[in-house]
Ligand binder design. Structure first.
Ligand code: GDD
Ligand code: MG
Length: 355
């Protein structure tokens, strides 16, 4: 197929801190493998064999994991922005690497089941300049709000509008004609959402929407990150790249889970993790080398690389940074984030703010 895939992975992932201090968001383990592995697998399944990664923040991490892409069945090129160029600038910056006449462009943090071949077919049949994959969410304010005419043509693009006119949003995957990529100004930061799309609409370009109401989630916030990982493990979100047998939980080789511990809700237990007797893991992600002691409960949370949760502790809707140590019987809930290497002493302390 004469189509390239471009994945924008240059963001700093600030909403996922402190997890994104050690790795860029698209490289965080999700159902046991770096998130991007799932997306690249879906791209390959759609018959696209050439992938360009537009990197900036921690650029080297991508290449050291994915290499030339051959292990993943695709050819991967890397284009590094020494200063982040924004989403539009990132797209423009890869123009010289495109081999075909059009490109599928992806935000690097979206989990979705959209039919990529059907998206491309819609683009071709509509003879569009750009086709946007659109979905619907209950609260569109955190996204690009994208109304369409009855014939499916995009009529406006309103990024992060506090008062959205529709619940239809930009799902973060586009088809661009190569000429449109080349029309974006080079060498300076450009937002595709705030500058390119409104500019193209004003100039009369043909931008059409492809609405798909199947599975969709942006993994940019901790609650979505854990939910997306759990959906992959439970088979609710499709991926050809799951690393092992899934279901209620995914336990990677080299993890040691006590027989009386319970892992449910699509939890992932990373390599080298130790989970003690009677511990409960529900809808959570344990990065490699994490330890959860006897009788502890971890729900809808992330436990970072090598972090420790003490005996009888309760962790709910929280993010534990790498190598942090949570003492016995400590309770952390409701969005608490613990920074890497922080030690929270034993004792039935309840925390509701960041540590
Ligand atoms: N190369 C490069 N350079 N990539 C970047 C840059 C940059 O300067 N800035 C952000 N990115 C990448 C991020 O790594 C991410 O994969 C993608 O662009 C989108 O950035 P986010 O920071 O995740 O944006 P968002 O979630 O707030 O909003 C975007 O996605 C929504 C759908 O998930 C927008 O496109 C919205 O319109 C959209 O609704
Ligand atoms: Mg995002």
């Amino acid at each position: 197929m004469n189509v390239d895939a471009v994945i924008l992975v240059g963001g700093r992932g600030t909403r996922l801190r402190p997890l994104t201090l050690s790795a860029p968001k698209p490289m965080l383990p999700t159902a046991g493998v770096p998130f991007l592995t799932h997306l690249i697998g879906r791209i390959r399944e759609a018959g696209v064999g050439h992938v360009v990664l537009g990197t900036s923040y921690q650029a080297e991490v991508f290449e050291s994991y994915f290499g030339d892409g051959s292990r993943f069945g695709v050819e991967i090129d890397y284009v590094v922005e020494t200063e982040p160029l924004g989403t539009g600038g990132g797209i423009r910056n890869v123009a010289s690497r495109l081999q075909g006449e059009r490109a599928l462009i992806f935000n690097g943090d979206v989990l979705s089941g959209v039919d990529l071949r059907a998206l491309l077919a819609r683009h071709e049949e509509a003879r569009a300049d750009v086709t946007l994959y659109l979905t619907k969410v209950s609260d569109p304010r955190a996204f690009g709000c994208v109304p369409t005419d009855p014939d499916g043509r995009v009529s406006a693009f309103l990024e992060k509008d506090p008062d959205p006119v529709t619940d239809q949003i930009n799902a973060g995957t586009y088809v661009f004609e190569r000429a449109v990529v080349e029309s974006i100004p080079a060498g300076r930061p450009v937002s595709v959402e705030r500058e390119t799309f409104p500019g193209l609409l004003a100039s009369g370009a043909r931008i059409v929407g492809y609405v798909d109401l199947g599975y969709w989630r942006d993994l940019g916030r901790p609650s979505d990150f854990v939910a997306g990982s759990a959906d992959l493990v439970r088979g609710i979100a499709p991926s050809p790249a799951l690393p092992g047998p899934c279901g209620e939980a995914l336990v990677l080789p080299g993890a040691d889970v006590a027989p009386s511990a319970r892992a449910t809700g699509g939890s992932t237990v990373g390599a080298g993790c130790v989970v003690g007797p009677d511990a409960v893991l529900d809808g959570s992600v344990l990065f490699d080398g994490a330890r959860v002691a006897a009788g502890a409960t971890v729900r809808r949370s992330v436990v970072g690389f090598g972090a420790v949760v003490g005996e009888g502790a309760v962790i709910e809707d929280a993010v534990i940074g790498d190598r942090a140590r949570i003492g016995a019987r400590v309770e952390l809930r409701a969005g608490v984030r613990v920074w890497p290497d922080v030690a929270v002493p034993d004792g039935g302390i309840r925390f509701s703010s960041d540590l």
